[in-house]
Design a protein around this ligand. Structure first.
Ligand SMILES: Cc1ncc(COP(=O)(O)O)c(C=O)c1O
Length: 485
């Protein structure tokens, strides 16, 4: 395997592969409305993560309907959505009950007068208090994951002002974590691969960075996952001591971080984080935006380690992306600092769409379906099978450096060389080539420069897993021979 593949050669090859869409087969010729949609995509739409020039060179997929883990595009082709939207379509596409619940609420009362709360919003808050661990009993609703984390950090900082510790404002997050795209949240975590923040300097004040407990690439030199967990957690303690605990408001972490890719920490990590935060009186925020609502085979991923965070951020799976809603859920002792009814005590934080009744009604129905259909257990069982199948591929493809995952959150770390573990860069073209190879096999799956992360709807079965694993296997084989890796 050679690491220095010429990017020109790859670009030419990608174009060739792009014309190689053997499957799925179109059943309709593109009608006028598809053409109009594509024209609008290329000329007017500002999509996230995709450039319009790149889109102009292909016929962008225009999904028009969906059922389970599959969508149908405007030309009648069927696709398996391996990441269920943005790892956010937990209960699957086409859940008519959710659509009905939302429509019914919209017909009855689509919004609420200033200073009032609607029935589904209050019921959703009660449901979250019942289903989250410990005394995480009070929910502030948001429109998505970034807002949930932004809210959680604001709660943590405002909590300490109310407690008379206004010097506590710093936030510790981990490298290779992702917590959102807004003014504050974009400065949490960070990617080792791309400098996505360069356009927005200067950085938000008070950001402190710790290592990611990703055993395959342990920054602290841990050779086992336990060793890596212990060293990375201890590093948080050292940072707290270095900065002075009385300057730190919160530690924020995803139970399992996706960008690393899919860094499942050793079992000691989360209990140690809890212990350290207790010792120094720092608020522990669990970002369960991706991991929550069954994704990892438990309703919330912190339950794998019996840890109760002080604040939990959620979004995505709460409503399986049927509508935009998220929440920042606080423990009672945190929330109670904001009680008292005076202007100076309550939480000064208003979002017009917070607790939108239609989204809340959809979320309540979505959670009911996840529970009724045992989707959390399905994620655990099918996820274990998926992990086994992907692990088998590792022996076959040298480009696979590592496979990791828990439940239906899985990651494949691609390496130029298994010895050095060197990552691919975007300019190497591997991710672009893989997108086309996956598409040719009916899979919608978009790798990053050097990793494939997988987060399908929680309803998939072993047969779907076989289809995905075969698609990845064939694609890697073809990539290897086409690019002479
Ligand atoms: C762990 C985590 N936190 C926060 C976010 C941001 O969520 P949103 O895109 O809904 O703002 C994401 C999005 O992928 C995420 O994965």
């Amino acid at each position: 395997m050679t690491g220095n593949v010429s990017s020109l050669k790859i670009a030419a090859r990608i174009r060739q592969l792009a014309s190689n869409r053997a499957y799925p087969v179109a059943t309709k010729t593109p009608g006028r409305s598809v053409q109009a949609t594509r024209k609008a995509i290329v000329e007017n739409l500002w999509m996230h993560n995709r450039g319009w020039e790149e889109l102009a060179e292909e016929d962008p997929i225009v999904p028009v309907s969906g059922k389970g883990a599959r969508i149908i595009d405007a030309e009648g082709k069927s696709w398996l959505d391996v990441n269920g939207g943005y790892m956010s379509v937990h209960s699957g596409y086409g859940q008519v009950e959710i659509a009905d619940a939302a429509a019914e609420q919209m017909r009855k009362l689509h919004y609420f007068p200033h200073g009032t709360a609607s029935e589904p919003t209050a019921q959703l808050a009660a449901k979250l208090a019942e289903m989250t661990p410990g005394d995480l009993n009070r929910s502030f609703f948001t429109s998505g994951g970034s807002e949930s984390n932004e809210t959680s950090i604001k709660i943590a900082r405002a909590f300490y002002r109310r407690a008379g510790h206004s010097g506590r404002y710093k936030v510790i997050s981990r490298r290779d974590s992702y917590h959102g795209a807004l003014g504050l949240t974009m400065w949490l975590g960070g990617s080792s691969q791309a400098s996505t923040r360069a356009d927005y300097e200067p950085a938000y004040p008070g950001m402190v960075y710790a290592p990611q407990p990703y055993p395959y690439r342990c920054e602290m030199g841990g050779e086992t996952s336990d060793e890596c967990a212990e060293r990375c957690a201890n590093q948080i303690q050292k940072l707290l001591e270095f900065h002075g605990p009385d300057t730190v408001a919160a530690v924020i972490a995803e139970p399992i971080s996706v960008p690393a890719p899919v860094a499942v920490p050793g079992d000691e990590y989360w209990p140690r984080l809890r212990e350290i935060c207790n010792k120094y009186g720092v608020i522990l925020i669990a970002d369960e935006v991706i991991t929550g609502f069954g994704r990892t085979g438990k309703m919330f991923a912190v339950e794998h380690w019996d840890v109760v965070p002080d604040i939990m951020s959620v979004a995505k799976g709460i409503v399986s992306s049927y509508l935009p809603i998220g929440a920042s859920i606080a423990r009672e002792d945190i929330a109670n600092a904001f009680a008292g009814g005076t202007d100076t005590r309550y939480f000064q934080h208003v979002l017009t769409f917070s607790g939108h009744p239609v989204a809340a009604a959809a979320a309540l129905k979505n959670i009911e379906i996840i529970e009724r259909e045992n989707m959390v257990e399905n994620a655990r069982v099918v996820g274990a099978y998926f992990l086994d199948q992907l692990t088998e591929l590792k022996d076959k493809h040298e480009i696979i450096g590592n496979v990791s995952g828990l439940g239906l959150l899985l990651g494949i770390d691609l390496v130029k060389d298994p010895e050095t573990k060197e990552r691919y860069e975007i300019s190497d073209g591997v991710s672009a080539a893989l997108v086309k190879l996956f598409e040719a096999r009916g899979l919608i799956l978009r790798p990053s420069a050097s990793a494939i992360t997988l987060g399908p709807p929680l309803i998939i079965e072993n047969g779907d897993v076989d289809e995905i694993v075969t698609g990845i296997d064939e694609s890697l084989t073809q990539l290897f021979s086409d690019m002479h890796l």
